[in-house]
Design a protein around this ligand. Structure first.
Ligand SMILES: [Zn+2]
Length: 483
């Protein structure tokens, strides 16, 4: 028995030594370098909901060759599988006998846009305007690219949803029996984004080549103020290079037959008025209290609010964009029931039309504070001073092209000042005329609302609208300074 056990131990040791020698041999003598070979890159879709898009690089003349390893490439949100291809990484891996696979996870509008650009055969540029904030631009070059271009702008972000208030899943794009498509962004403003793309697709398919260059721009962060998006990008050298002459951006739905167009925007002012006063015991008549001053301030602001409200309700031709709205939104002060506080703060949200003289308006606020008592100060959390409006005179060539095309389609336009704020204000601020327009008539205004929807017929008609509008704008004859 002992003999047999010893033999087994010896055999085991021999086997172990053989294995070690084999492995050491592997390390000591690396495989010879692989010859350079041709590579093919193919794209495809893996079924699923939503489907997965992938790019795969393989050696072409690798018949009989063994694929050493499959390499799966991953990428951040700002990039796509196309980026790996462009960097040459996929080809490099395939050349060395690896099968390289890059997959686009269906989590971003950016990847969707890449595929659209490929399909439309339009070059796509991406500019990181802020860390992790990318502006994408597809360009359809005109016959005369030295002329000023047309910008078709859309923002890719949406506001949050409260699913419990929705009739259908807010991200399922459910279409009901009447053809109403429910989804966040159907009005604000994915409808317009898709309509731009489809209109360009049709125009290209029909063999058109427009005179002026058309840029399709996709920006982030509009819904959170545009600071990391359009506001920063309009100052970027890449923006200057686009040489934009006229811009289209989002508008609002119109519940009636007409279509609303926006040629300016109100200026948001967020102001806090600080009222210091004499403190004291809650049982006495203390003079010069913070509350008395604050009451005066509130009265002045809210009296003005009443006047503006009356003006809106009594004038047929006024819309919300034509008047200043005032709302008292925050009050701060006090420590106990029986202590008269030494200071109180009151805050207001004001939205002022671009037609108001903003310097005079601020002088008015200063006067209200002065009348309310001593040492009252105010501070702005936000104070936009943009008084640019886009011309809607028939003599203006851009407006004439826009309104002419609408007229030819029997569309009635209602010109308004946008009651809130969009990225158009940054475009106008750098001197570019911009019109806010989303072709949605017979539609309730549901942007940012629960159960946002758009009827499919209205949506489809919008594509035809842009199919006429885009060529009209891109055919505006050269200006004297454009040569
Ligand atoms: Zn929007």
């Amino acid at each position: 028995m002992n003999f047999l056990r010893n033999r087994l131990v010896v055999l085991g040791l021999v086997l172990l030594a053989t294995l070690l020698l084999y492995l050491m041999g592997l390390i000591a003598t690396p495989p010879p370098p692989l010859p350079t070979i041709n590579v093919s890159i193919r794209t495809g879709q893996l079924p699923g909901d939503p489907p997965l898009f992938f790019r795969e690089a393989l050696p072409i003349d690798g018949a009989g060759r063994q694929i050493l390893l499959q390499v799966v490439l991953l990428h951040g949100q700002a990039f796509t599988s196309k980026t790996w291809e462009e960097l040459g990484t996929m080809a490099l891996l395939a050349t060395n006998g690896y099968q390289a696979l890059a997959m686009d996870l269906p989590d971003g509008a950016l990847r969707f846009l890449d595929r659209i650009a490929e399909e439309l055969e339009l070059p796509m540029k991406k500019i990181e305007v802020w860390p992790d904030r990318v502006v994408s631009i597809m360009t359809w070059e005109g016959k005369n690219p030295s002329l000023k271009s047309i910008l078709l702008n859309s923002h890719t972000d949406v506001v949050p949803v409260f699913q419990e208030h929705w009739k259908y899943d807010a991200f399922s794009a459910f279409k009901d029996a009447e053809g109403n498509i429910y989804a966040r962004g159907t009005q604000d403003m994915k409808c317009v984004t898709i309509q731009y793309i489809q209109a360009i697709r049709r125009l290209k398919a029909e063999g058109h080549r427009l005179m002026r260059t058309v840029h399709l721009m996709f920006v982030p962060d509009e819904e959170v103020g545009g600071h990391k998006g359009m506001e920063t990008f309009v100052k970027h050298p890449e923006f200057q290079k686009l040489n934009i002459g006229f811009a289209l951006d989002e508008g609002l739905a119109n519940p009636g037959e007409a279509f609303t167009v926006f040629y300016g925007e109100r200026n948001p002012w967020w102001i806090t008025v600080h009222c210091p006063g004499s403190p004291g015991h809650g049982s006495r008549f203390v003079e010069n209290t913070a509350a008395e001053k604050m009451r005066q301030v509130i009265n002045s602001f809210l009296n003005f609010r009443e006047k503006e409200k009356t003006r809106l309700n009594t004038s047929e031709c006024f819309t919300l964009g034509d008047v200043t709205t005032v709302n008292m939104t925050m009050v701060k002060g006090g420590v106990a029931y029986n202590v008269i506080p030494a200071e109180m703060d009151v805050s207001f949200d004001l939205r002022i039309p671009p037609t108001v003289n903003l310097q005079e308006f601020e002088a008015q606020i200063k006067q209200w504070c002065k009348e309310a008592g001593e040492d009252i100060t105010y501070k702005f959390a936000q104070k936009h001073m943009n008084q640019d409006v886009t011309s809607t005179e028939e003599s203006d060539p851009w407006w004439s092209a826009f309104s002419g095309a609408c007229k030819a389609m029997n569309m009635r336009l209602e010109k308004e000042i946008f009651p809130a704020a969009t990225d158009s204000r940054f475009i106008r601020a750098v001197g570019i005329p911009a019109i806010g327009f989303s072709p949605m008539n017979r539609t309730p205004i549901l942007l940012h609302d629960h159960n946002e929807y758009l009827n499919e017929q209205i949506f489809l008609k919008g594509i035809s609208v842009y199919e006429r509008l885009i060529p009209a704008l891109a055919s505006v004859p050269a200006f004297p300074d454009e040569v």
